[in-house]
Design a protein around this ligand. Sequence first.
Ligand code: SIN
Length: 350
Amino acid sequence: MKGIITIVSFLLVGVATAIFIGFGNSFSPEPTAIDHELQGLNEKYTIKFSHVVAENTPKGIAASMFAQLVKEKTNGWVEVQVFPNGVLTDAQGEFEALKKNKVQMIAPAISEITVHDPKWTVMDLPFVFENEEMVEQAFDGRLGELLFKSIEKYDYKGLAFWENSFKQFTNNIRPVQEPVDMQGLSVRTMPSPLLLDMYQILGAQPQSFSFNEIYEALRNEHIDGIENTLSNIYSKGLYQQQKYMTVSNHNYLGYAVLMDREVWDSLPVQHQNSLMEALDEVATWLRKYAKEHNKDMLEEAEDSGSLEIHYLTENERDLWKEAMKPIYDKYEPIIGEEIMGEVRKLQADR
Ligand code: SIN
């Protein structure tokens, strides 16, 4: 008898527990009003974030910092998993991976974005920005807004601009001071049509392939030179394979953090706000850090003496700008009057 009482007691406790824990909600009355901002907040979200550079670069650190901030701001309900060094795919593959929902966030160099939205070519125009402050005004102002609006047409959601620095030329053949010095050099670029045209106009032979293939291409002498930021040149040891560097600041390597528009729209508003807050905090930190880091890398290049460094003079810069005029003739109509108008305003204000 005692045994039967024990078994019945266990069953009753079990049923009561199941009702309380397992089926509790099915007995709850429907809420009279649904707070849409809170919908989806008891689900865990995972965001796979792919990028192609090393973890110790400005973008690499920014991505890790972003993941940590998102964890804190959402109490762990949104987990950002960062995949650096192109371990999942290269920069162009990231766009496809985003569309197939294999990754949910990317931060490609803007030159990679120009392949998908030609209006973004504005950021690749050679010598268009005189200094970092102008680039920041472009990102923070109407020009940045227009770029994000434009890319929505292709179903991407632009969330933030992240900074690296101006690009410099390096090569193994000769010091490059004037445009004529580029003749015959084979140079790796990102796949931006404007960049490919730019090197062709200079009489060089541009080749486009992914960032993580550069070291081998230099080592095997498949190419003579590259254009990149000091941070990228150093983090991948590319300087070890090069003899000459021209501090040309000829165009800016910046990034845009992108998601697929539908995936972004499917996130609860409260999580969207947390992600935006985290991105803003990271962008503010990165703005300062990227400048300092690239400056430190330039000092290191000077101190090491492993590269012969030439700084473009004002006169030489004018020669380059003159040589680049056909690029403006070709790409201004593609970029369009509205965005070019913003560029002219920035140039007039400086
Ligand atoms: C990057 O900074 O994301 C890579 C740039 C490059 O491909 O040169």
